[in-house]
Design a protein around this ligand. Structure first.
Ligand code: FAD
Ligand code: SF4
Length: 431
């Protein structure tokens, strides 16, 4: 969008009172405010509104599922097209950065140090917010580089490394220290960090244990999981190109991650890609535009299908067997509610199989917070403050809410930072 296009689009906004778009943002970004600023030509102000609310405002302009949040809530859709909120956010951020707008600055240094575990969206947001208050923040990050799923999961077609680095650079410019290649996994790690002199700990390690099916042949070469596949596609694309090039590739799963795997496989040269899901076509968990994009690229979606066996030759996958399914209890979309339909057995010849059936917390995460209050294998934290049952320890992002979105994680990071600031600034923590 250029300036004129952005102003024209902002002019369509109804300037709603108590704007539903702003109320619908889990990250607390205020679309109604930045759209109004664009409309009245306060373009730098618009950039400050986006980035001041969300240190990953640039990233979110690219990856936010706005059709489920602000755009879905937009009242303009009652009389035509909703406002292109993500387009306007991207415009505001790009314009602001081109003009050197800095939305936040490092605060006057305070004595309390804060530790953050995980440099994904939740950890980065909390760190940025705390740094603006003046707390020295250290993020401990297991991987070689910061970003979490933004760097190692989300396909580059949706978020480039440059766009991620731009937001990251502004966060590190606040003095946030990111210790990469530092996995926190010792028992009682959060308590140990407090003993080492950190006044509070925010635990945000995400979900990095890929779930896999226990079916015959699942251990054959050429069978992998979505997390490994997408991670390799970003850091070692040749590995994935070699796996899928000119092959028939099957993906188990019908969610957003399965669609990311499917489109990535096509882009890296797969001959034919199938996505097999237990759900019916209208029940697929992936979003409508993701399904359409995948189908337009030629992905064949097989709904109501269950893979029961992986076929191999010489230790390598050569095919899959399965059958069609229906729900025992209509509308209950869980694997244990799917039943085989007799006479529907099928087999497919495939050279690679990717399981995209979800991810959980790694075992290491269970030891960080003690006791690890587990709900569905996730950490438990208060919804308002992100506080855990351990004093001075907070948690947020996917490890608490399950597989969520970037803006959900941003919201958790902001809430945790505010709660930590409240705790430390009220002198409730002994120096
Ligand atoms: C393939 C894929 C595509 C996605 N696409 C989108 C999208 O387009 N839009 C969207 O909104 N959401 C998307 N999501 C979801 C989104 O990426 C996550 O909800 C979000 O990244 C969660 O943020 P987080 O900070 O909780 O965790 P993560 O992003 O997972 O970050 C956690 C960080 O902690 C580190 N870590 C883990 N264990 C340890 C440890 N023991 N010690 C130290 N560090 C550790 C990890 O290396 C990682 O850097 C996608 C997810 C996937 C898997
Ligand atoms: S809901 Fe839509 S029309 Fe109303 S303020 Fe937000 S963007 Fe404008």
């Amino acid at each position: 969008m250029n300036v004129q296009q952005a102003i024209d689009e902002a002019n369509r906004c109804l300037l709603c009172h108590d704007a539903p778009c702003s109320q619908a943002c889990p990250g607390g970004t205020d679309p109604a405010k930045f759209i109004r600023q664009i409309r009245f030509m306060n373009l730098k102000g618009a950039a400050r509104t986006v980035l001041g609310n969300n240190p990953l405002g640039g990233v979110c302009a690219n990856v936010c599922p706005t059709d489920d949040t602000c755009v879905r809530a937009c009242l303009r859709s009652g009389i035509g097209q909703p406002i292109d909120i993500d387009g306007l956010q991207r415009f505001a951020v790009d314009y602001g950065r081109s003009q050197g707008v800095k939305a936040f600055a490092k605060g006057k240094e305070l004595p309390h140090k804060v530790a953050v575990i995980g440099a994904g969206p939740a950890g980065l947001t909390a760190a940025a917010r705390l740094a603006t208050y003046g707390y020295p923040v250290t993020i401990f990050e297991a991987r070689k580089q910061a970003g979490g799923m933004l760097r190692y999961g989300v396909p580059e077609t949706r978020l480039t490394v440059e766009d991620l680095e731009t937001d990251l650079n502004e966060i590190t410019a606040l003095g946030v220290e990111i210790r990469t290649n530092t996995r926190i996994e010792s028992k009682n790690a959060a308590a140990k960090l407090l003993d080492e002199g950190y006044s509070a700990v925010f635990v945000a390690p995400g979900l990095w244990k890929p779930l896999a099916l226990n079916i015959p042949g699942a251990d054959l070469d050429g069978v992998t999981t979505a997390l490994t596949f997408l991670d390799d596609a970003r850091v070692a694309p040749e590995t994935i190109r070699t796996l899928v090039k000119d092959q028939f590739v099957a993906i188990i799963g019908g969610g957003s991650v399965a669609m990311d795997v499917a489109t990535t496989a096509i882009r890296l040269g797969a001959k034919r890609v199938y996505a097999l899901a237990l759900e019916g076509m209208t029940e697929l968990p992936a979003m409508g535009d993701e399904i359409i994009e995948a189908m337009e690229l030629g992905v064949v979606i097989k709904p109501q299908a269950q893979v029961s066996k992986v076929l191999g030759e010489n230790g390598r996958v050569v095919g899959i067997e399965g059958h069609e399914t229906e729900w025992v209890v209509p509308g209950k979309l869980t694997p244990d509610n799917a039943k085989k339909v007799d006479g529907t057995r099928f087999s497919l010849k495939v050279g690679a199989l990717v399981q995209a059936i979800g991810q959980g917390a790694t075992e290491a995460v269970g030891g960080i917070i003690t006791p690890f209050k587990s709900d569905r294998g996730l950490a438990t934290a208060d919804k308002q403050s992100q506080a855990t049952t351990m004093k001075k320890v907070f948690a947020g992002g996917d490890v608490v809410r399950g597989a969520g979105t970037v803006v959900d994680a941003v919201g958790d990071g902001k809430r945790a930072a505010e709660a930590i600031h409240e705790l430390l600034s009220e002198g409730q923590v002994a120096l």
